[in-house]
Design a protein around this ligand. Structure first.
Ligand SMILES: Cc1ncc(COP(=O)(O)O)c(C=O)c1O
Length: 448
């Protein structure tokens, strides 16, 4: 459904009032409150969000990439409603709910047979921490190579992998010296040899710290870092390097997984099978569900539980969440979303490229995971975060929810629900075009 703004301003009066109430009760470090932000959500359906002022928005972000199969998906609602009447909570690793087994079997069926065991969890951060610990118990080495501007969550373990100084700087004393960050291959900024350059950094870091490093963790498309797609062949070369040096290769597919990039998983694009995969977001259909998946050979390095698991959590395998997960898997398979996302992604990418504006440095991405990098100058590629923010704020006023990402917040990220239509895409891109035109006009007048 196309957006419809009915309040005289965005955020509307009810959102503003809620912002004041929230300010009193929530730590100031969380929700960003300003004259332009946020709108408070009241209900949702497929690609749309309604706020507390009756405005209808088009969600071009899937609420952080979560609502892939659409907000309040009917089959998810039905599954959790039925499950809620039977069993809402189980004892994840002591007396587990039956549905946990059913969900894990269906989840693992989506992967090649060698990836046959999993650890369930709630957040992406938890899944990365499971991967980190699994790699440690298997390799007996604490060191990990991770990537600059990679995002793996903010729990202390995951934060160790996450790179952006913004997230780390207050906690550096508590972070370890075992994560080695290297540049993510970025062809837009570093040219056609970006992959080779990145691999050289990896080799250098590894050879200096061989006795420490046991694994490499990478997002197959870097999401929050700016929707950066590595050059073709890079992931294959990385896999080869890992194999030659007995390193475990971990793919963080929390954003890319479950059809978003036009494949069920991004690793399928180049047929590079990692040793460990982290998944989350889309799989829960809006409920908190994540998993770390690997082979039984690697999982067996965990000692058999003696009754007190050394890695678990209270809500692991929660029945309600597993019911949602099963409904999502069925929906993904029934709807062939990977194929549709590939086609629709191309459509959106072409439309964004056709904007052909002097401040758009690059439009990139795969499937429905796209980014539009904004620069002040196409030649020196100086980031333009002010324009990205302007677009985000002005789009919201037109009923479009988009977020910024990238090293300096200068990229607009598009990861809409798979239910988005061409008509909705046309509407959104037309609005961006108008906002950009007005911005350019204003810019010219200011320079006169
Ligand atoms: C690639 C990736 N890994 C991990 C995370 C962390 O997930 P969560 O916020 O659920 O802990 C995110 C969140 O955006 C992500 O994009």
């Amino acid at each position: 459904m196309l957006p419809s703004i009915v309040s005289s301003e965005i955020p509307g009066p009810n959102s503003k009032q809620l912002a004041q109430r929230l300010q009193r009760v929530e730590s100031p470090g969380l929700t960003y409150l300003s004259a332009d932000f946020p709108i408070f959500w009241e209900k949702s359906s497929e690609t749309n969000i309604w706020d507390v002022d009756g405005n209808c928005f088009l969600d071009l972000n899937s609420a952080f990439g979560v609502s892939g199969i659409g907000h309040c998906n009917d089959s998810v609602i039905e599954a959790i409603t039925i499950q809620a009447k039977e069993l809402i909570h189980g004892m994840g690793d002591v007396h587990p709910p039956k549905i946990k087994v059913e969900f894990m079997e269906k989840l693992l069926d989506l992967f090649p047979p060698q990836l046959d065991q999993a650890i369930l969890s709630c957040n992406g951060s938890d899944a990365c921490e499971s991967a980190l610990k699994t790699a440690q118990v298997y390799t007996k080495k604490p060191g990990v190579i991770a990537f600059e501007y990679g995002y793996h969550g903010l729990g202390y373990g995951a934060l160790d992998l996450t790179h952006k100084p913004h997230f780390r700087s207050k906690f550096t004393e508590r972070l370890t010296e075992y994560t080695f960050h290297v540049p993510y291959p970025n062809s837009y900024r570093n040219g056609s040899s970006a992959g080779e350059q990145s691999l050289n950094f990896i080799k250098e870091v590894f050879h200096k710290n061989k006795e420490l490093i046991g694994s490499v963790i990478i997002e197959p498309i870097q999401g929050r870092g700016g929707v950066i797609v590595p050059p073709t062949g890079f992931l294959k070369d990385l896999k080869e390097f890992c194999e030659e040096n007995n390193l475990l290769l971990i793919f963080d597919e929390i954003y890319t997984g479950f059809c978003r990039t036009g494949k069920m998983f991004a690793f399928e694009e180049e047929d590079v099978l990692p040793d460990i995969i982290c998944v989350g977001k889309t799989i829960g259909g809006g409920l908190p569900l994540s998993a770390c998946i690997t082979s039984s050979e690697i999982m067996n390095s965990w000692d058999k539980s003696n009754g007190e698991a050394i890695h678990t959590s209270t809500f692991l395998g929660n029945p309600l969440v597993c019911a949602a997960g099963l409904a999502v898997i069925e929906d993904l398979q029934k709807n062939n979303w990977h194929q549709k996302n590939k086609e629709l992604g191309e459509y959106l990418k072409n439309k964004l490229t056709e904007l052909n504006c002097e401040f758009i440095g690059e439009v990139r991405g795969k499937g429905l995971m796209l980014g539009m990098e904004l620069v002040k100058d196409k030649h020196n590629k100086e980031p333009f975060p002010q324009l990205a923010e302007h677009l985000m704020v002005e789009s919201l006023k037109k009923g479009l929810i988009v977020l910024t990402c990238g090293s300096q917040g200068h990229t607009l990220s598009f990861s809409p629900p798979f239910t988005i239509t061409k008509e909705e895409i046309d509407f959104a891109v037309n609005e961006f075009s108008e906002i950009l035109k007005t911005f350019i006009q204003q810019n010219q007048e200011d320079n006169l």
